[in-house]
Write a protein that binds this ligand. Structure first.
Ligand SMILES: [Zn+2]
Length: 253
């Protein structure tokens, strides 16, 4: 989407509907080699040194006739120092300069960055929501979590196995639960997405609570000093279980 937008700003044949996606400019942007489009944070987290370089580049006019576009992927991982350095150039941007900060949720970006931006919220792509499209390891964990939410059983046997959970798996599971919640809130959940179907039975207050729990898990997993990911998942599972139980009894979580 960020590349599409960069192409929209630079394609000489762009129309209000979008870029042509066929000309040299569009193709170069698609391949990540267009000189006025900088992509950061895709392979590795954006460092303070990278931001300093961005500031130098941001001061230059675009070489082509369009816009200089600087894309920062996974911008939620920007540390305070890098974010502050970025803030300075975002506060006084030169003409035809566009920063695109990509993050799973705006709440995970520093508020100072969000306040200088224009927020575009994209829906989760629908096909991704079906459990069948998940990789096998993750699918097993989703099943275990859903079973635990329904029965209160089978969870701790899984997380207590030594080295069964690493931070990456924990992040992916939290993200899958967030997608399920998004599907439930958008009334798009189906039986093909177990967590979505599970959360769809929650009242609005329960969904808000689950959203808070998942955001807190995510923050814990992104801390500079990592928290034990198995503990984060246990904490999450127990709270989600209680939310589901309370909704069955008609109470508030
Ligand atoms: Zn084009």
């Amino acid at each position: 989407m960020a590349k599409w937008y960069a192409a929209r700003l630079n394609c000489p044949h762009a129309t209000p509907e979008g870029p042509c996606l066929d000309c040299p400019v569009c193709l170069q942007i698609g391949a990540g080699v267009f000189q006025d489009c900088t992509l950061l944070g895709v392979q590795e987290p954006v460092t303070i040194d990278a931001v300093r370089e961005v500031r130098v580049r941001a001061a230059e006019a675009p070489h082509g006739g369009g816009w200089r576009v600087i894309v920062l992927a996974e911008a939620q991982f920007l540390r305070a120092e890098a974010a502050n350095a970025l803030l300075k150039v975002m506060e006084e941007p030169r003409q035809n300069l566009c920063f695109l900060l990509l993050a799973p949720q705006r709440g995970r970006l520093l508020p100072t960055l969000v306040s200088r931006g224009w927020v575009v919220t994209l829906p989760w792509p629908l096909p991704d929501l079906a459990d069948a499209t998940l990789p096998d390891d993750l699918k097993n964990w989703v099943e275990a979590l859903d079973t635990f939410l329904g029965t209160g059983r089978g969870w701790f046997e899984k997380t207590s196995v030594k080295n069964s959970v690493d931070a990456d798996l924990a992040r992916r599971l939290v993200l899958t639960a967030q997608k399920g919640l998004a599907a439930a809130l958008a009334r798009r959940s189906s039986s093909e997405c177990r967590l979505g179907a599970r959360f769809a039975s929650l009242p609005d207050s329960g969904c808000a609570y689950v959203d808070d729990v998942l955001a807190q898990c995510q923050r814990s997993l992104d801390l500079p000093t990592p928290v034990n990911p198995a503990l984060v998942l246990d904490w999450m599972a127990v709270r989600l279980y209680l939310a589901v139980r309370r909704s069955l009894k008609g109470g508030r979580p």
